[in-house]
Write a protein that binds this ligand. Structure first.
Ligand code: GDP
Ligand code: MG
Length: 313
């Protein structure tokens, strides 16, 4: 004779109490197996609600699993950095930010994506090192799928290649990437330019991959890191525009960061929507105009580093 469903409900509640994640999921399965299998009535209802709970729980586990490797976005742009183990990714993060990153001469020093904040001339890029992208990642080998999802979550992608290693390394990484749904890398960063023969190895790589933009740097030798930052900023598709409240005043020292090809009106909207509504025209100092202080209309397209004074009704 089965116990009353009310008593059963209490018992189930007690069994699930304090359990989360996988433990809760396992307990739910056990309970379901033990539950009398009536097609209708209170026991059937109970089974239905437990099944719903199992499904919800499964969904939650899936999301948690996916989220553990995706890095929460900070700054103006998130850029994933992929490459073979030992390519010098961590060294780059360290050199570009003030973050203490573990750099070591063995593969898989880094197991989880690691973010670092890089100031690219006022555009803050969150550079995320995706550790050890290896052959078979697209099929999920070596936790590859979860790592790829962290890269997929980013706004952009760059590839690092170590000039002291065989070019085949780069072939492997690029082939692997092409088998995923990730976008084309914005550019290739060739690392360890301070090492012997780096120059000739660089030209060999550039000859093999002429269609990729590239930057060659040394993190440890502190070579061309500013060029790299400029390339990173260019890859964001964001520009820096400095508001100046009056024509005679000083421009703000902090730029507004807006998408390239933004108009004066877009810029105004970003400052305040009232200003955008009452906007008459603007005066501009910078590359988007022919002479300093030129007056332009709302539809005028701004350039990186423009200084703008808005005039409203
Ligand atoms: N000569 C030289 N060695 C570097 C440079 N950057 C990294 N390395 C070395 O390469 C190895 C792997 O570096 P790491 O940044 O941990 O590679 P990751 O696996 O891609 O993160 C370490 O031994 C570093 O010291 C560099 O610019 N020049
Ligand atoms: Mg690393």
């Amino acid at each position: 004779m089965p116990m009353s469903h009310k008593v059963m409900k209490q018992k189930i509640k007690r069994r699930l109490k304090g359990k989360v994640g996988k433990a809760k999921q396992d307990e739910l399965q056990k309970i379901l197996q033990e539950l009398p299998n009536y097609r209708s009535g209170p026991y059937a209802d109970l089974r239905k609600s437990l099944n719903a709970e199992v499904q919800q729980q499964q969904q939650r586990l899936k999301v948690q699993h996916k989220d553990t490797l995706a890095v929460e976005k900070e700054g103006h742009f998130q850029m994933a950095l992929v490459g073979a183990p030992n390519a010098g990714k961590s060294a780059l993060l360290k050199a570009l930010s003030r973050r203490q990153v573990k750099v070591a001469n063995y593969a898989f020093t880094t197991l989880k994506p690691i973010p670092a904040r890089v100031d690219c001339g006022g555009v803050w890029i969150q550079l995320v090192e995706i550790p050890g992208l290896i052959v078979g990642a697209a099929e999920g080998r070596g936790g590859g799928q979860a790592l790829l999802s962290a890269a997929a979550n980013a706004d952009g992608l760059i590839v690092a290649h170590d000039l002291t290693t065989d070019l085949q390394q780069l072939d492997i990484v690029l082939t692997e990437l092409s088998r995923t749904k990730l976008p084309e890398p914005s550019f290739i960063v060739y690392t360890k330019m301070d090492t012997p023969n780096a120059e000739s190895r660089l030209s060999a790589a550039q000859t093999r991959y002429p269609n990729f933009k590239s930057v060659a740097v040394s993190a440890e030798g502190n070579l061309h890191l500013d060029t790299l930052k400029a390339a990173m900023r260019a890859a964001t598709g964001l520009i820096r525009v400095f508001p100046r409240s009056t024509q005679a005043g000083k421009p703000d020292d902090k730029p507004m960061i807006i998408p390239a090809n933004s108009t004066v009106e877009d810029f105004a909207r970003k400052i305040h929507k009232d200003i955008a509504q009452k906007l008459k025209h603007a005066k501009i100092w910078g590359k988007s105009v022919k002479f300093p202080g030129q007056q332009v209309g709302k539809r005028h397209v701004l350039s990186d580093m423009d200084i703008v004074t808005l005039y409203a009704r």
